[in-house]
Design a protein around this ligand. Structure first.
Ligand code: NAG
Length: 187
């Protein structure tokens, strides 16, 4: 009798306990090409779970059709609905949220920052730059396509040159930057 009563009590408790997140996505930084998992574990919930990316729903199925590099990971019966992003790209740089729709639960908004290394730096006119004596010139080095923008340092016979002028411009995708450094010299 006591045992039955106890079991009944536990069942009632489980059924009435409000669903909650035991793991939520946090802000994360990933280098392009690497994979990343945004965790989402919901306790006491059996309904539909979906992720949003910049407010846009990714869909309710676990293999996320239409998002070839995205999938849901873990055992849904254990409440695991983590989002795996395979081989991150710049397009994945966004704010993500895990939602238990039928319980009106939303996770933290997690910012995924995708870092992109720059192209190899190139000195204009290099590798051999011919200059006229006594004529001022700017040696120009460019490194583009990076997020955040590349830093550029000039060395002369191994010594860092501090006189360079640095500038950067946002590229058309609105995320990557081109960096330019000009080193004035008077040969
Ligand atoms: C070098 O670049 C600076 C900054 O843009 C500019 O003020 C200067 O006139 C340039 N010098 C030459 C020789 O082009």
């Amino acid at each position: 009798m006591t045992v039955l009563y106890l079991i009944f009590c536990l069942m009632v408790t489980a059924a009435t306990q409000a669903a909650y997140f035991s793991q939520q996505p946090q802000d994360q930084v990933v280098v392009a090409g690497q994979s990343v998992t945004l965790p989402c574990v919901i306790v006491g919930y059996r309904g539909m779970v979906q992720w949003t990316k910049d407010g846009l729903a990714l869909g309710g199925e676990r293999d996320l059709p239409g998002w070839t590099r995205y999938s849901l990971m873990g055992d849904p019966l254990s409440g695991e609905h983590s989002l795996l992003i395979d081989s991150a790209e710049l397009a994945d740089d966004a704010v993500y949220e895990c939602q238990a729709t039928q319980a009106a639960l939303r996770s933290h908004r997690a910012k995924l920052t995708v870092l992109v290394p720059p192209s190899d730096p190139v000195v204009e006119g290099g590798p051999v730059v011919r200059l006229k004596a006594h004529t001022a010139h700017n040696l120009t080095c460019k490194a583009s396509g990076a997020k955040p923008a590349a830093e550029i340092t000039w060395y002369r016979d191994g010594e860092v040159m501090e006189s360079a002028i640095y500038s950067k411009t946002l590229m058309e995708d609105g995320k990557r930057e081109s960096a330019v450094s000009m080193l004035p010299i008077s040969p």
